[in-house]
Every structure is written in C-alpha cells, then in structure tokens.
Ligand binder design. Structure first.
Ligand SMILES: NC(=O)c1ccc[n+]([C@@H]2O[C@H](COP(=O)([O-])OP(=O)(O)OC[C@H]3O[C@@H](n4cnc5c(N)ncnc54)[C@H](O)[C@@H]3O)[C@@H](O)[C@H]2O)c1
Ligand SMILES: CC(C)[C@H](C(=O)O)[C@@H](O)C(=O)O
Ligand SMILES: [Mg+2]
Length: 363
C-alpha cells in the first residue's frame, strides 16, 4: 500500500506529521513518500503542483493531504496560486465525490456554536461534487463588458455548468451512502434561479426513482444554510454542487465544535482517494503548534476504510480520538472550561498513546 504524503503549507505540515505518527503505530505495512505541494512547491520548483508530485499522487493508492495557501501568494497569477494544486489534483485524479462527515462527538457538544439539544448525536454526511460547477467551468476570464450595467468597464466572468452524467454519478453516490445510513437524501440547489441547478434537481429526482427506499427532498441553498443552524438533525445525507458544498461544509463544521474536527475523503470512480481535513492552511496560527490535528487524523481513518481496505485500523483510530476527547484533552479551537488545553503535538501523542496502550481501542 503506497501513500503519497503531501503536507503543503501553513498548519498542513504540523497536522500531517501527527496523522503520519498515528499511521505508523498501526502495525500495517505502508510505503509512504512525501512531496512538496502548494506554496512550498512553488518556492522550490516554481509551480504549486510539480509534475513529480502529480505523478506520485497518481501512482499511489491514496493521498494524504494537509492544506495549501498563504496570504503572501494573493498577488500571484491564478494558475500559480497554491490553491490550484488542490484543484489540479482533484481534476487530474478524477476525484469527483467528496465526503465531508459532520459528526458532533458527545464530548464536544458544549464546543458547538449551537445549543446542546440541537447538536447532541448529530451525524450529517455532506456529499459535495468536486470536479465540476463554477470551479472548473469554461469560459472564464476578464474582458471589457459589452453590455450590462457598465458597458466598456473591465469585467470578470466564470461559468457555472454541470452535465447530466456528472450529476447522475454524484447522485448515485449520495443515494448509495444514504442506504447505509438513515435513508434520507437532501439535494441542495438554487433551481429557482439557475439553469444549472434546475438540471441538477431534475436529474437527482430521476436517479431517486431507482432508490424508492430512500426519502429524497430538495432544498434551496439559502434555506439549507439556515436549516443547518435551525434544525441540523433534520439532515442525513446532503448532496450538492462544488461551490455550495464548499460553503455548507464550513458551516456544518461549526456544529461539530470546530473546522479542526471535519475530515474529508475525495474519491474517484476506481476508489482511489485523496484524504484531507476540510479546513485550510490557517496562516493565522501556523507555526505556533496549536492547530487541531484531529480532522487530519480522522481523514487518515477514512483513508484506511475507503481506499486501503483496513476498517479495523480505521476503527482503532476513531475510537482512540473519542477516548482522547473523553479524557478531557482539547486544542484551543475546541477548548472549554474544565478541559485541558494541549498543542498539536500533544494531541497527536495522546491519540498514539490511546492506540498503543488502551484496551478499548483494540479489536
Ligand atoms: N484544501 C485546502 O488546502 C484549503 C482549504 C481551505 C482554505 N485553503 C487556503 O488556506 C488559506 C487560509 O484560508 P482561510 O483562513 O479562509 O481558511 P482556514 O480554514 O485556513 O482557516 C479559517 C479559520 O479556522 C481556523 N482553523 C483552521 N483549521 C484549524 C485547525 N486545524 N485547528 C484550529 N483552527 C483551525 C484558522 O485558524 C482560521 O481562524 C487560504 O490560502 C485558503 O485558500 C486551503
Ligand atoms: C482551497 C480551496 C480550493 C478549497 C475549495 O474551495 O474546494 C477549500 O476551500 C476546500 O474546501 O477544500
Ligand atoms: Mg473550503
């Protein structure tokens, strides 16, 4: 089993180091190879996604990714910006299905932004389409406006688009996932305004006919943003497009206590996957040793379950994380009165200790 390790920038290097530490105590044989990506790769090779990094990612069974980006690259031309690396990996590896589970652990109910009764037991799966939509649609660019409110002015434009097969395949992923859960899919769109999302709604409805055992409802994205904080437990599986999924998953993160708790898996049609926390490189706390590594550690668990066929090892990591939270250890983002504040490394060490010494994480 070969894992490409791409730590990236900012807290990416700090949190990936902890996930690698956890993988190393599982008594499994992995070959791990590390490569530069994002701003770090731009500094060293002049490109955020060098050919050698892309090749390594393509050849590996799975990719463990940290995060990329920093404000200091804001002035670079878009193709050279660190964020293009993550988009390039998603496109080149065909990683169209992004799973972002928002689970509120019992121990973190008080860390959530919502009242305890709204989030206790919360378990939502956001399924975000990851290789289409306005993120990748062409044409895009800048030009002089010929019409609109200010003809003659400089304007910029992007293209929102989805094809029927793209919508069909992500819808099937969502219905299949719902079958293994609470059999409820909410498709989030903006069909009242956008042609793209009228097609989205039509296709999801058609695919839904093949899954009569799964309840399907449709919700406009603005209402979904509200319902997520009004009654989050209404949701089971949420399926949506690339941009709405990006925004709603950060919102859902705060139901779980912190974006530092939200792992993700991005899969292609053959099950190969890239695993990364849903958050970014957090330049505001980078280098301080305070970032929460649990989203990355939980992403490594998803990698073991989804791509590397090691569900027992995945379960050991997940139980170890619960055990550590139950013991009261908290990084700053999830800290509350009465708990013990720890840094990134101490949190990783505690997960390792739970795996290696605690009986409850075995078997
Ligand atoms: N997949 C990715 O690589 C990815 C994802 C999102 C953003 N980004 C990039 O990251 C950079 C920063 O973006 P941003 O500030 O909008 O989003 P961000 O997710 O990096 O940070 C948002 C806030 O959450 C906090 N935070 C994030 N992860 C945390 C963790 N593990 N523990 C504790 N606190 C955490 C940060 O300190 C910050 O206050 C930008 O360049 C952006 O493009 C990259
Ligand atoms: C860094 C950026 C390109 C990325 C996205 O928008 O998909 C990030 O916000 C995410 O959620 O993974
Ligand atoms: Mg995002």
């Amino acid at each position: 089993m070969k894992i490409a390790i791409l730590p990236g920038d900012g807290i990416g290097t700090e949190i990936v180091a902890e996930a690698v530490k956890v993988l190393n105590v599982l008594d499994l044989k992995f070959e791990m190879e590390t490569a530069l990506v994002g701003g770090a790769a731009y500094e060293a090779h002049g490109h955020p996604l060098p050919e050698s990094t892309l090749k390594l990612a393509k050849e590996a069974d799975a990719v463990l990714f940290g995060a990329v980006g920093d404000w200091k690259y804001d002035k670079l031309d878009r193709p050279l910006r660190p964020e293009q690396a993550v988009l390039g990996l998603r496109k080149n590896l065909g990683l169209f299905a992004n799973f972002r589970p928002a689970i509120c652990y019992d121990e973190l109910v008080s860390a959530s932004s919502l009242k305890p009764e709204l989030v206790a037991g919360l378990d939502i799966l956001i399924i975000r389409e990851l290789t289409g939509d306005i993120y990748f649609g062409q044409p895009r660019g800048r030009r002089t406006a010929l019409d609109g409110h200010f003809p003659g002015a400089e304007e910029a434009f992007d293209t929102m688009r989805y094809s029927r097969p793209e919508i069909e395949r992500i819808a099937r992923v969502a219905f299949e996932a719902a079958r293994k859960r609470n059999k409820h899919v909410t498709s989030v769109d903006k069909a009242n305004v956008l042609e793209t999302f009228q097609l989205w709604k039509d296709v999801v409805t058609e695919v839904g006919k093949d899954y009569p055992d799964v309840t399907l409802d449709h919700m406009y994205v603005d209402n979904a943003a509200m319902q997520l904080v009004k009654q989050p437990k209404f949701f089971d599986v949420v399926v949506t497009g690339n941009m709405f999924g990006d925004i709603l998953s950060d919102e859902a993160a705060m139901l779980t206590g912190s974006i530092g708790m939200l792992p993700s898996a991005s899969l292609n049609a053959s099950g190969q996957g890239l695993y990364e926390p849903s958050h970014g490189s957090a330049p505001d706390i980078a280098g301080k040793g305070v970032a929460n590594p649990l989203a990355t550690i939980l992403s490594a668990a998803m990698m073991l379950r989804f791509t590397l066929n090691q569900p027992d090892a995945a379960g050991r990591i997940e139980r170890a994380v619960k055990h550590v939270l139950a013991s009261g250890l908290r990084t700053g983002d999830i800290w509350s009165e009465g708990s013990t504040r720890v840094g990134t490394r101490e949190m990783g060490d505690a997960v390792v200790a739970a795996i290696t010494t605690t009986k409850i994480t075995k078997g």
